[in-house]
Design a protein around this ligand. Structure first.
Ligand code: PEP
Length: 304
């Protein structure tokens, strides 16, 4: 067995070493995006993100998808409700070559742009890699870190992910840190231990102040691209558990203020129940984000 019950003790012990982090004061969230929907519990601004992965095939297809999405996010479909000022932040993560064009297309709709990955070094002989400054200069505000496809297909380990998270933060962008257990780990009932360990390692040396810019995406690997959605109550329970780990690593404020997305085969059919859960602050969406109608409906989730 790769993981044992000592893992959680390790993770919690590691978390306990973070007590020296300076206290941070979180400012009131800003509402830079177009959509208006129920705020999730704790006043956390909902955040919906579309991970396009290695899709679509051409720049023109990426422009078409962007235009189709922005057409669905006009004032009629997503009015900002003054009585409920917490609107939903929307981020799309196109492949690197399309970032600039897609960024131009979606800017007026208030959609934020992000990069699917970066390399943690600044520059140099790293053929095929892309630096934080490069994607920042294209307008990226977010970077995905630790996505399971990067972990498994490209061997990004926790140390590399941690370096990436730190580089994103020090470059003035925000990481969406993806964590989650594999099917084997789920079956072994060590989901919480795995997630605690990933949080502990991937957030090493991230300060309490920097945590204001960190979004966590809980993505059970067995649910990504499989059509299997984690039951909403189970995901909610895991999110609550992650907050207890954040409280151990930092404090209750960080635990309550950090936004935690769920990811894994989210569709228009599953989003409403997921988003009605108090601990779920948004979704990281892969396949369904390639269909403007579906992603538009996901962004326009309904919680009542
Ligand atoms: C993802 O890529 O993070 C993801 C959750 O994909 P999908 O929605 O297709 O499962």
């Amino acid at each position: 067995m790769k993981f044992t019950s000592t893992v959680i003790a390790f993770a919690l012990a590691a978390a306990g070493t973070s007590d020296a982090f300076a206290p941070a004061v979180r400012s009131v969230p800003t509402f830079s995006s177009t959509t208006s929907l129920d705020a999730s519990a704790g006043g956390r601004q909902p955040i919906m993100a579309g991970n396009w992965k290695m899709n679509p095939g051409t720049e023109q297809d990426a422009i078409d998808l962007s235009q189709a999405l922005t057409k669905l996010l006009g004032d009629e479909t997503c009015p900002i409700d003054d009585e409920n000022p917490l609107c939903t932040e929307v981020v799309v993560f196109p492949p690197h070559p399309f970032i600039a064009k897609v960024g131009e297309e979606v800017a007026d709709a208030g959609i934020t742009i992000g990069a699917q990955s970066i390399y943690f070094e600044d520059k140099g002989a790293y053929t095929g890699s892309v630096s934080a400054s490069m994607v920042l200069s294209l307008g990226c505000e977010y970077v995905l870190c630790g996505h399971s496809e990067r972990r498994t297909l490209f061997d990004d380990d926790d140390q590399a992910i941690n370096r990436k998270v730190l580089k994103v933060l020090t470059s003035g962008m925000k990481p969406i840190l993806c964590i989650g257990e594999s099917k084997a780990e789920y079956d072994l009932h060590i989901k919480n231990e795995v997630c605690a360990m990933q949080l502990s390692k991937d957030l090493a040396n991230v300060t309490k102040e920097q945590m204001k810019d960190v979004v966590i995406a809980y993505e059970p690997v067995w649910a990504i691209g499989t059509g299997l959605v984690c039951a909403a109550e189970d995901a909610n329970e895991t999110h609550a558990f992650l907050r207890t780990i954040l409280a151990r690593m930092y404090d209750d404020d960080v635990a309550q203020e950090t936004r935690i997305q769920y990811g894994g085969s989210v569709t228009p059919d599953s989003v409403d129940e997921l988003m009605s859960m108090p601990e779920i602050d948004g979704c990281l969406v892969g396949g369904a984000s390639l269909d403007a109608e579906k992603f538009g409906r996901i962004i326009n989730f309904k919680t009542e």
